[in-house]
Write a protein that binds this ligand. Structure first.
Ligand code: FE2
Length: 369
């Protein structure tokens, strides 16, 4: 079934925003603005009546990114940052009715984090609730249909000077990946199936995703329409510690590993990001010799892909181009992916091996392999 089932109390409209809790939101906002080409949208903090936190909202395409810091020790935000470092707190979902969605989710076994409540200002009303997912991560459920302000009630517009650099062209969130502990992947797949009505899109065994040293298992759940895709990884046994183990160790438990963002022109986007100082993972150059064999019948700019380190993969339905940023913070936890899809609905499984070799090279440099 592909049409939206309007009778489903948990009909999800898409990802409303992603909120990171960070040590210094002002500086993180500068990083995502200057480095990743996001533009200022809204701000909330002491100047707008918030006593204990500051939040900076940035936008690009349909993506909303929120960066929040505690202004004091001992708050929930400060404790989260002390434990996890900078990380994703909330993958917020847009819903037609937050109360109905929350009640349905809790009835289906979700743990409530925030009871449905209304926030108002002169721009209207937003109703939001929240449920827990893996680790300390939550899903806010947000109905903003009655609201015209820049973000949420309490936020002021954030106006600033124009970005002097060329635009990056990031369009939408493609998928958000969670890392969970060994043996927990199926439990969280079942959670998304039961609570949010998701279905399993695809899964990858540790044989498909293994290197000499480490391996992982991955399953992808989605809303059936492609608006929301959540791959979930767990470590698998390898000779040495897997990249997922490294994440779990340094994040202090399960959490979001990477956010994949769609672009219509990955070569142009990567060039713009590199000019802004963003660094990407590189696979060995031998990868591109093999790529020419696999893509002989597709008109790809292999020279540019190799120059920039962009990866390519194909399935029955088409192909995709993708690249992974280096870590977005000192802890080896959260990073970003850029993806340009041409029909393919996969996640680049043909690249997993080459990519993991590159990831492990960096992991080894950190002394964590
Ligand atoms: Fe991905």
């Amino acid at each position: 079934m592909t049409a939206t089932n309007t009778n489903d109390p948990l009909a999800l409209l898409g990802i409303d925003h992603v909120e990171l809790w960070v040590g210094n939101a002002r500086q993180a906002a500068h990083f995502y603005r200057t480095g990743f080409g996001f533009t200022p949208v809204a701000y909330a903090g002491p100047e707008t009546g918030l006593r204990d936190q500051a939040s900076w909202v940035l936008g690009q395409g349909s993506i909303r990114l929120v960066l929040t810091s505690s202004l004091r020790p001992g708050t929930e935000i400060a404790e989260h940052v002390a434990r996890h470092g900078d990380g994703v707190r909330d993958v917020a979902l847009a819903v037609p009715d937050a109360t109905v969605a929350y009640r349905a989710a809790v009835e289906r076994g979700a743990n409530g984090v925030l009871e449905p409540s209304d926030d108002k200002d002169e721009h209207g009303i937003v109703r939001r609730a929240a449920i827990a997912t893996y680790g300390d991560t939550i899903h806010s459920l947000i109905d903003r249909s009655g609201y015209t302000g820049p973000f949420l009630p309490g936020f002021a517009p954030w106006t600033s000077v124009a970005d002097p650099l060329p635009p990056v062209g990031l369009e939408a969130i493609d998928h958000v990946v969670g890392n969970v502990e060994l043996g927990r992947m199926n439990q969280w797949v079942e959670f998304y199936e039961r609570v949010l009505g998701f279905t399993e899109l695809v899964h990858f065994s540790d044989e498909a995703i293994s290197t000499e040293y480490s391996a992982l298992m991955s399953k992808v759940v989605w809303d059936g329409e492609g608006r929301i895709k959540f791959p979930i990884n767990e470590p698998a046994q390898g000779k040495k510690r897997s990249q997922i183990d490294e994440y779990l160790d340094f994040y202090g438990g399960p959490g979001v590993q990477h956010i994949a963002i769609q672009t219509g022109d990955i070569v142009a986007s990567v060039r713009a990001l590199r000019d802004r100082g963003i660094e990407f993972m590189r696979v060995p150059d031998t990868y591109y010799g093999e790529l020419a064999d696999r893509f002989g019948d597709v008109d790809l700019d292999l020279d540019s892909l190799q120059e920039l380190g962009v990866l390519a993969d194909r399935d029955d339905e088409g192909y995709l181009l993708q690249i992974f940023s280096r870590m977005a913070q000192d802890r080896p936890t959260v990073f970003f992916e850029l993806i340009e899809r041409h029909g393919a609905r996969g996640f680049g499984e043909g690249n997993f091996k080459a990519l993991f070799v590159a990831l492990e090279r960096e992991q080894a440099l950190r002394g964590n392999l």
